[in-house]
Design a protein around this ligand. Sequence first.
Ligand code: SF4
Length: 359
Amino acid sequence: MNKVHLSGLLPAEVTSLLQELGEPAYRGRQVFAALHKRRLTSLAEATDLPKDLRARIDERATASTLTLESRYVSEDGTRRYLLKTHDGFPVETVFIPEERRDTICFSSQSGCPLQCSFCLTAQLGLLRNLTPGEIVEQVIVALNDAYGIGSETPHGTNLVGMGAGEPFLAFDSVMKALRIMAEPTGLHIVPGRVTISTAGIVPRIRELATIPDRPHLAISLAAPTDELRDQLMPINKKWPLQELLAACKEFEKSLKPGETFTFEYVMLDGVNDSEDQARQLANLLNRHELRAKVNLIPHNSAAPLPYLPSPPERVERFQGILESKGVRALVRRSRGRDIYAACGQLAARGAEKIAPALN
Ligand code: SF4
């Protein structure tokens, strides 16, 4: 793409682009608001800008680079979007409507280089990192689809960086996209409304802790021992549990009053859900004295992954053991499972490729 992707620019960058075209600063603000507040996907629709200016901007820059390939709506209202980058790579985004707030789950990479054995995205491998503009645009596409271009959203929006990819391997793109989306003159989704999930890229956990206006952090744990985590999440061989939890302890110092961070624990039938493993997990977290909560996520089966979700009684038992040892634990309800929009299921599947889930 030779043109500048406007959605990936901060207000000051839009202004300097307009100034290079000989325009005053307020034109930059107008363009930024057209893209992020009014969520226009083409400047052709920004009829408050002179026509010749729109044509001149168009020679240098474009508002949007993603194209919508397919859209799937779940029986629970969750929507999954399969988008394509200008160079042909798949991008997936999930919109989860909730009574008080909507949540948009965005992707940070096309595919993912990490090989978590319970995740369909892993099977794509890394195709490439997404740019800041491609991250911002996913949110704009989802809001426009749910509410119409330019319409006020009835609820606030939470963002989770838990779609395809490891956000900490696309760190600069993600952090810039979050700064753009936090702008009060644009989408105005502040970092306190954003949670980024990592498989455990330890140096980035430490780096995130130093950023004053940072999003919340979630860590995908999946196992209480190195032996099992090495198998389920091979990144553990590089940064084993001891190092990961030491970084979490460090991160804890940056928590604001009332803020906790979260461990995500996908529950795989007969693999990581025994009573012993619950005790091991509680002991591990207690040993590090972490102010964290654990989200228990029943696995979302998807052929050809070799796992089944833990039965509800076992999830409940696991939760009970954690709680009895003083570890806060919640069971998360999966959304959008029937359209392959749930956690670990994003693998650029089209409708024709959707096979019945095992559960
Ligand atoms: S769980 Fe996340 S980090 Fe692991 S392979 Fe899937 S997308 Fe990548």
